[in-house]
Design a binder for this molecule. Structure first.
Ligand SMILES: Nc1ncnc2c1ncn2[C@@H]1O[C@H](COP(=O)(O)OP(=O)(O)OP(=O)(O)O)[C@@H](O)[C@H]1O
Length: 301
């Protein structure tokens, strides 16, 4: 299976205002891509543009559809963009059943989906009687209905309790394990840290970073190394003399920032003690997010 999303120099326009500029990236099958950005950065705008709901320059190739402004079929792309809005008097089961029927799916799919999203006990409840978390689950059921190739999820954890967040994580992991690709935005960075293999960072409508998660954290710099060693005080003294920042975390362990790995290895060779561990210590996604953003904004200014 080839690439699931190929966005080439995408822009998006609201009336006469362009809010997304020159965004290019790819998403592969099995990949979960986290889309990060502060409020108003352009995440939702990007999703709407990819789904053909907003005009603009550039080309989006989405799950087999190529077009500058064409909407890919819900058979190929499932989306949860806003909290589900439907007439509050509609029965939730009827809403899902009608959706499945419009996609040409058998009615047994309705029960399968309700089971998948943990709404089997929905019975005759109306949309207006569902909690926010339940509406999110119903929206996800609709997105998953035709077994699409791509899921676009804009802050899908809104309204979900901790159990719900754990559950949606497992749905996403399972979807990707079966070959699906996922574009996911969330302000819960720990959720993205857990799920995403790639990170797209957007700021003021522009793509700032497109990196594998591991690189995104490492490149946020300055790099920290965890060093487990004998005679930690001696090594600490030498490192501080060279201008490194050293945090002693235990009798035989140091966290060293501001020293390249080859420099560390060289020092370790000279100081006469024994190094048992020398490993890069990745920053958390949250720290990396702030560092990338600060760096970008300072260079842009
Ligand atoms: N319907 C609209 N008409 C005009 N401008 C809009 C519209 N929707 C969004 N915008 C503008 O587009 C920019 C990007 O908004 P967008 O909703 O994509 O941000 P976001 O990254 O999804 O933010 P959030 O994290 O708050 O959801 C903002 O400047 C916003 O004011």
């Amino acid at each position: 299976m080839g690439v699931t999303v190929r966005a080439h120099r995408l822009g998006a326009v609201y009336g006469s205002q362009q809010r997304l500029f020159d965004v290019s990236f790819e998403v592969q099958p099995h990949e979960v891509v986290g889309v990060l950005g502060t409020n108003g950065a352009g995440k939702t705008t990007l999703f709407h543009r990819l789904l053909g709901a907003l005009p603009g320059p550039g080309t989006a190739w989405v799950a087999g559809y190529r077009g500058s402004n064409r909407a890919p079929s819900p058979h190929r792309v499932g989306a949860v963009l806003d909290s589900l809005t439907a007439h509050p008097g509609l029965r939730a089961r009827y809403l899902l059943a009608s959706w499945c029927q419009s996609l040409g799916l058998p009615q047994r799919r309705v029960d399968e989906l309700l089971e998948t999203v943990g709404l089997s006990t929905l019975e005759g409840r109306r949309v207006g009687q569902l909690s926010l978390g339940m509406r999110q689950r119903l929206a996800l059921a609709m997105a998953l209905a035709p077994q699409p190739r791509l899921l676009v999820l804009d802050e899908p954890t809104n309204g979900l309790d901790p159990l719900g967040i754990r559950w949606i994580n497992s749905v996403i992991i399972d979807f990707a394990a079966h070959g699906g690709a996922v574009l996911l935005s969330s302000h819960h960075l720990s959720q993205l840290d857990h799920l995403a293999q790639r990170v797209l960072l957007i700021d003021a409508g522009r793509l700032v970073t497109d990196e594998p998660m591991h690189d995104f954290k490492l490149s946020a710099g300055p790099l920290t190394h965890r060093v487990a060693c004998s005679r930690a005080s001696d090594l600490q003294e030498q490192l501080v003399r060279r201008g490194a920042h050293v945090l002693r975390t235990s009798t035989d362990e140091l966290l060293v920032t501001g020293c390249q790995v080859n420099e560390l290895a060289h020092l370790a060779h000279d100081y006469g003690g024994i190094i048992r561990l020398l490993a890069p210590e990745g920053a958390s996604l949250e720290t990396s997010f702030h560092r990338h953003l600060d760096h970008h904004r300072r260079s842009a200014a």
